[in-house]
Design a protein around this ligand. Structure first.
Ligand code: ATP
Ligand code: MG
Length: 576
């Protein structure tokens, strides 16, 4: 490809709506252009990158024994009613009507469609197990589309679905996919961590996510991991053993005390001169429109996904001041936030974290503004019936596997694998005939990779202040050849001849034949992120060109034929 013909427009300024580096660089380097919120045009350079990630994914899925198909992007409402998700999927599902007033949606994921395909085409246990996948655009009306390709509304996903007759075969395929995913991300030049993750209240099955570790805001997930063993989990699923803390308040007697204006835990602990670990914190949540009171030792935080799962809800949020007032009124109290407690709220769902179990002589709200009960014990709170883990881990907590301190980092989820069981096959009556002649629902798994998100995650992981540093396997082109002065015949001849030799060898190369200053060409080359650059300049008079690897500082001077050999060797070695 000649640079003069390449469809690319680089920009000097970052787009004003870009918060993270991958969004900034992909726009500036001419890979993507926004069409509307969360919807992007993939320009030629981007499309080359995406096709490479797709092809690596395709090759590894095929190698793992999965079969590719393609399902429609538009799906009928009826199918979603069969699975029961039409009513619960929420606003992320883009719903529309056709001219006959029939309900449709844009596919955010394809469990329903694939289950109907299996119901239709897989009749006997003899046909199982099977794994079917597609690579396709998805649409989700995300509440906060942001970060460019990392969280778009339209994005490209590889989604695979497996069907088996028993849990053991599901487990085998799950591990097979985990291995395939490791190979896919490795081949893309991405380091990932496989972490345990939440799989929702319904089913309670096993799932894992593949995270690209990053220390930037682009990582929307917190990952707790252990350096001494292989434990790693998303914060929504991580468990830990607690370090020591003072859990006995040491109050000599139980009494109600005035605690004026102590709306926060910090204010209360300062006022009473006690550590937060002897305060029982009570927080009102609204889970699927019902109130839930969460109790936790006040030096720790509630993990909302764990709480949501504990009460089998689909949505959860903290109650507003108005809702707190209303709930208090309904129970004959008039306390404001900061003074709430379980006493007298026995009719609403109360979930106490395990940290509460060991507390003694503690401080607790009693639903009276500006007052707290001190020296309380669990026997004083019969509303607490059981304990469960709704606690957010913290760095320094101990690993549940080996007891060493846990660390925390940020991660971008690029893929996940999920044991679905019969979550879709049962309600949709997708059955096969087993060896005993009985009809049984398929035991399913599903496996996703965000193709477009993976491309953006690669930029997050591989860039510097000058631009992108693509891993060779997913770079749009491998090499750029830069003649410093296109009006110099010798320079142009050498550049052209190297270009042709590399093309013949199957190397993807761009010849920057623009009549621009060398500085401009180098800037663009760095921004676009070609892994290798060969500059043909003045030293061609000594028979030498400059060879540079994008992520290394130094350039070396070598003969053109050596440069060609080096490039072919390096690139073929990486791509083999
Ligand atoms: P997230 O928690 O980030 O919203 P998810 O759990 O909703 O992800 P899945 O439904 O499992 O994601 O989709 C499979 C993969 O698709 C994810 O691992 C991710 O890589 C990608 N993906 C999901 N949502 C988006 C999005 N809005 N934009 C780009 N990629 C996405
Ligand atoms: Mg999501």
């Amino acid at each position: 490809m000649k640079m003069s013909k390449l469809f690319v427009q680089t920009l000097r300024e970052n787009p004003s709506d870009a918060e993270v580096v991958s969004h900034k660089l992909l726009v500036r380097a001419g890979y993507i252009r926004k069409l509307t919120s969360g919807v992007y045009n993939y320009l030629p350079l981007m499309w080359r990158v995406l096709k490479k990630i797709e092809n690596i994914t395709r090759e590894e899925m095929d190698r793992a024994g999965a079969q590719e198909l393609l399902m429609p992007f538009v799906q009928p409402q009826e199918l979603w009613e069969e699975s029961g998700r039409w009513g619960v999927y929420g606003a992320e599902l883009m719903r529309l009507k056709d001219r006959h007033d029939r309900g449709m949606c844009l596919g955010p994921t394809h469990e329903e469609v694939i289950t109907s395909i299996a119901r239709d085409g897989l009749k006997s246990y003899k046909q199982l197990p099977v794994n079917l996948y597609q690579i396709q655009s998805k649409f989700r009306d995300e509440i906060r589309p942001r970060f460019g390709l990392l969280r778009g509304r339209e994005f490209i996903m590889k989604d695979a679905y497996s069907f088996a007759t028993n849990e053991e075969d599901l487990m085998k395929e799950y591990q097979n996919m985990a291995q395939a995913y490791k190979r896919i991300f490795e081949r893309c030049g991405l380091e990932t961590k496989m972490v345990q993750s939440d799989s929702g209240a319904i089913g309670g099955k096993i799932s894992h996510e593949f995270m690209v570790i990053t220390d930037t805001d682009a990582g929307e997930n917190d990952v707790f991991y252990c350096e001494s063993c292989d434990y790693a989990a998303n914060s929504n699923h991580a468990v830990s053993n607690l370090p020591d803390a003072v859990v006995d308040g040491g109050f000599s007697k139980k009494e109600i005390v005035d605690t004026p204006n102590t709306h926060s835990i910090d204010e209360l602990s300062e006022f009473l001169k006690i550590p937060a670990s002897v305060i029982l914190k009570s927080i009102l949540y609204i889970a699927d429109s019902k109130p839930v009171l969460a109790l936790i030792r006040a030096d720790r935080q509630v993990e909302e996904t764990k709480l949501m799962n504990a009460v089998c809800a689909n949505e959860i949020r903290i109650a507003t001041a108005g809702e707190i007032e209303e709930i208090m009124n309904q129970h004959g109290f008039n306390a404001v936030a900061g003074f709430i407690g379980p006493d007298g709220l026995g009719d609403i769902t109360i979930v106490a974290d395990e940290t509460v179990k060991d507390m003694k002589n503690f401080v607790v709200g009693i639903n009276q503004t500006d007052k707290h009960l001190v020296g309380a014990n669990l026997l004083d709170l019969p509303e607490i019936k059981e304990f469960c883990d709704i606690r957010l881990c913290e760095a320094g907590d101990f690993c549940p596997q080996c007891g060493k301190p846990l660390k925390v980092t940020r991660g971008i989820e690029v893929g996940n694998i999920f044991q679905l069981g019969t979550k879709y096959s049962e309600p949709m009556n997708a059955v096969y005939t087993d060896i005993d002649g009985k009809n049984k629902p398929f035991i399913m798994g599903c496996y996703g990779i965000g193709i477009s998100r993976t491309a953006a995650a690669a930029v997050e992981a591989h860039h510097d202040e000058h631009g992108i540093m693509w891993p060779v396997a997913i770079a749009p082109y491998h090499v750029v050849i830069v003649p410093v002065n296109i009006n110099d015949d010798v320079q142009m001849q050498v550049a052209q001849s190297m270009y042709e030799t590399l093309l013949k060898e199957g190397i993807e190369v761009v010849l920057d034949d623009r009549d621009e200053r060398a500085g401009v060409k180098f800037k663009d080359a760095d921004l676009i992120g070609f892994p290798y650059r060969v500059t043909v300049g003045k030293s061609i008079s000594e028979g030498l060109v400059e060879f540079k690897i994008r992520n290394l500082e130094e350039t070396i001077k070598i003969e053109p034929s050596q440069a060609v050999e080096l490039l072919i060797g390096k690139i073929k070695e990486i791509l083999k």
